[in-house]
Design a protein around this ligand. Structure first.
Ligand SMILES: [Cu+2]
Length: 152
């Protein structure tokens, strides 16, 4: 009898856990020298679930984080931080969010946050970009699909 109740409780919790799972927070650092030797966000591509947050850390000074128009899911709020300051963003709507460092956008300092399913991938990919930002986004979109050939 007791065992049956325990099993029922365990099953019930197991079913409920996706709904009440604790939200996570991941860190993305703004760096003068990222893994590829350039200024950049690290990691430049993160995958999270709806309700999770990203803490953008101003590890090096002189950088910022701002969402890029045309690279947000429909109805998602844009975000923007100050130069040399941390910013925490909570992501509710599934999709791809492209963001940039305002001072170094032209040099390709950009990144992607993927929240659940990348539902707006096609429109995010087709957003107009400066050349170096486009090149970096091409790498990130390629790695999103597990294609490592374009990764350095
Ligand atoms: Cu920067």
């Amino acid at each position: 009898m007791t065992k049956a109740i325990l099993v029922a409780l365990t099953l019930g919790l197991g079913l409920a856990s996706p709904l009440c799972a604790q939200a996570n927070e991941v860190e993305v650092k703004m760096l003068n020298t990222a893994a590829d030797g350039q200024r950049g966000f690290e990691p430049a591509l993160v995958r999270i679930r709806p309700g999770d947050s990203v803490h953008f850390v101003a590890a090096d000074k002189g950088h910022s984080v701002e969402s890029i128009p045309g690279m947000l899911p429909n109805g998602a709020a844009p975000f923007s931080g100050r130069i040399s300051e941390d910013l925490t963003v909570k992501f509710e709507k599934p999709g791809i969010y492209g963001y940039r460092c305002v001072p170094h956008y032209m040099m390709g300092m950009v990144g992607l946050v993927v929240v659940g399913d990348p539902v707006n991938e096609a429109s995010a990919r087709s957003a107009a970009q400066p050349r170096d930002a486009k090149a970096r986004f091409d790498q990130l979109f390629a790695s999103l699909h597990g294609d490592r050939r374009t990764q350095k």
